[in-house]
Design a protein. Sequence first.
Length: 114
Amino acid sequence: MSENPQVRAILEHIETRERELTDQAGQFRDRIEELTRQLGELDAESENLRITRKTLLTLPLPSPATGPDHPDIPDHPAYQQILTTLADRCAPATSARPSTCRSSRRTPKASAPN
């Protein structure tokens, strides 16, 4: 080092500042590494979302025929009674027996013409 006290003070100040800058640079490098890792994770998740969107857009729409063959029948007892009554009154016709479907509503017979 220099024998001059003023130069020695300046050189000590420079060394102190160099150590501070080296420490700060190390902290920034660590921070950059962490941010780079986080950016990589975000990029990977974003890519996964793009692939998911692309896959969903290529799927065919389900056709209406793929639904259930029979609609859900309510479990309410009154509905079940109605179905039973209709089944009793509207038995399917066979070649041996004509249709027996009868309406419970009575319509007046037309009077014979005079």
